[in-house]
Design a protein around this ligand. Sequence first.
Ligand code: ATP
Length: 516
Amino acid sequence: MPPNLPYTAPLASSPYPYTMPERPTATTHTSSTLQEVVSHAKEYGFLYPSSDIYDGLQAVYDYGPHGAALKRNLQNLWWQSMTHLHQNIVGIDAAIFMDPRIWQASGHVESFSDPLIDNKDSQKRYRADALIEEHAAMLAQKNMAKEGEELLKSMHQLLKTEDLVGLHALIVSAGIQCPVAKTSNWTAVRQFNLMFSTQAGALAEEANTIYLRPETAQGIFVNFPNVLKTNRMKVPFGIAQIGKAFRNEIVARQFIFRMREFEQMEMQFFVRPGTEAHWFDYWKEHRMQWHLALGIPNAQLRLQPHEQLAHYAQAAVDIEYAFPFGQKEIEGIHSRTDFDLKNHQVHSKKKIQYFDPEINQNYTPYVIETSLGCDRMILALLCQGLVQETVVVDEKPKSRTYLKLPPALAPIKAAILPLLKKDGLPERAQKIFNELRLDFAVAYEDGQSIGKRYARQDLIGTPYCITIDHQTLEDETVTLRERDSMEQHRLPAQALRSFLFEKVTLQSILQKLPNI
Ligand code: ATP
């Protein structure tokens, strides 16, 4: 067992369910399709296609005002849960451009590629493995799951041996057709490197070619000696980083699930060789608990071991979320051995080792990586949160849509709403707004009817609406309306600050998480 850090046994079920208040009036409850999520995200200022007025740039998206706030809250939560809750994890912010030799050392120049295939009739390009996977899923739907499984098994075998000719033969023999041309007139399968490159400096020579990083991890590995020294770290310890990554994905689909420019939240945990299996299990469990603490239901999550390991990995598991388009990876946990540090040692010709005073030995630490896609997490939160339901009001069914975001991540924590735009109510409301805005992201709105204002806040995920009415002027109380239950309570205006502190700050999630 490694020193210092306690390890708790895996939990059979989530200890942290995100319990919502009872909804006795809700009769039906439907989850949303991807198309509904995409439309809602655009309509309410979460996500826009990049370069929208030029008809959009494929597989790139911009975050609007509410999306940017949601993303910032998510990143703060991740950052704090890594660097505040763990005394042995520190954060860095490395540059996107790095010495191109780094990508030789990491193996990305050589092997960060996907197998692609073109249909000669439609001129459409596909990822060969994605084509086969989709065909297998289609077979499963037609009660031919066994054939689908066989197909996938053959594919994994061929991918393992990088047999591109065999992959082509498998596609043809399975009768897989291009969804556009409906023919099997395929080119040969070839490898396509996913890294974007550009030229640094004035001379466009090969020596100046640099890459846009396809993962943030390498910025951590090459800073290992610096951080070790400047922060006097002791193994086991971690380095966390949030940043952009770029991949020239062949098939970029499913909204922000697969983009060419995206953001990762990665942490590399450096451990004594021989303890990596223990730490792999530890982080697998810990990261699952993080997602559960955020309110993602257990039933929507799945731990899926990798069929095929990356060139650097000893073990790997994905945390998958049940998106409307299927169960897909949102986070990867990888046991990366000492592959990266050792290769950087060779390529940089600098010694990258750790002296472990407990065993009086020098060694190259092994690494456990947790790699969460920020945008995929946002998509999971939007899919999970967009709720359409029918509620019975005065014995009449009424449909309503709202965004059930975890309050700590919601772009706006509370909306301050004077009931009327007269009688001194706006002035009183403005005073409350000014008091709260120093600590919370709050909004003030005095236009339209109160019902319309509630509905609009529901659609952007604001957990609380605070209404100021004539009674407020008399007894200093306000009405607090809860987004999910639509229940209303009277509360002293003075109590608002402590109420919101308890309900909407990141602490409300952080305190549910284990720490080391
Ligand atoms: P996939 O198999 O879906 O291509 P991956 O296994 O290549 O993903 P990793 O290299 O493990 O992904 O990257 C870690 C995380 O980064 C992923 O779990 C995902 O959340 C995110 N990610 C990877 N590629 C993309 C992308 N093109 N767009 C958005 N997020 C991405």
